[in-house]
Ligand binder design. Sequence first.
Ligand code: PEP
Ligand code: MN
Length: 379
Amino acid sequence: MHGPFVFERCRHSTETSGPLRTPQAPTMIIVTTAGISDDQLGTLVAHIERAGLRAHVSRGEQRTIVGCIGDEAALAEAGIAALPGVERIMPVLKPYKLASREFAAGNTQIRLDDVDETVIGGQEIVVIGGPCSVEGLDMLRETALAVKAAGGKMLRGGAFKPRSSPYAFQGLGEPALQMLAEVRAETGLPVVTEALDPRHVEMVAHYADMLQIGARNMQNYALLSEVGRTQRPVLLKRGLSGTITELLMSAEYIMAQGNRNVILCERGIRTYETATRNTLDVAAIPVLKRETHLPVFVDPSHAGGRASLVAPLAMAAIAAGADGLIIEVHPSPANARSDGDQSLEPSAFAALMKQAALFAVAAGRTMHAGTAPATMVRA
Ligand code: PEP
Ligand code: MN
């Protein structure tokens, strides 16, 4: 098992030296000896940087790994292999480098700024709840209070909506971001919302605690690079026809710009099946957990497309090893301006949370459901 570790913030020379504006492959990892001292580690990083490479230190429970980006030949010339504390140097062979499991000593844990208690990618299953779209301040506040009372740790809500029809509700835009910020201040729930356009990233990052990249934009590389230049955690959704490798390459785009706080989200893929809105690829969860150190979330709402499918898919996600869930909740789903069919009423969300907490224990995780009144959704 990989123990937990936290990417160090960019404070001293052992962190990646500045954002990678021009990503460089290849990438090597230096596995250090179990007892490497801080001095030895400092000397090692200094040598790597003197050789013109970037170093990224990741401390695990058992081992510290130093990821190096740059010219492999320069590393050899600098005599790195002979330094005390170096066990071995290995190339990262996968097409994704920074996102690959080998690049880090353990699972990435993401803490949201100013919110110390919520750790994404740790032992606890973190649930994000909220409406598909922010439709107004009152409904957002009502939903947020219900999400919080049921044990949700973050609030979701779209301000800019990617809709299949240009005539459908496109979201309220910046006023919705202001509402999210206001409800965040009232409830203490950090917020996640989608950035659709590279020109909006700075604005969305100003209001939100986490940026969502929607399924339709998984391969919008300009947008990925732009969110990579912020330090806001990014919830990256899998594209409707994106393979697991493509999803990881999209994470790599974000990380290559210096933002290592990426959360992957399986939200169902398009198959020949029409009984559900999409097909939840449950197997993607353990595959991703093997391939990457990044947290893996599941969106059972967009996968199933119907309220009655949300809880069963959420339980499957937890059983398969998901680190968290993102779920659509609306005070009055029948009147929702988008995705009403798949949105849960607050009492159904509370019921899901109670059930999910039991599955979390069975999966060796923790999860805290609140005390909100709960009613199960009937199939
Ligand atoms: C959403 O979260 O409301 C959304 C549009 O999701 P996706 O990009 O996964 O379709
Ligand atoms: Mn939606």
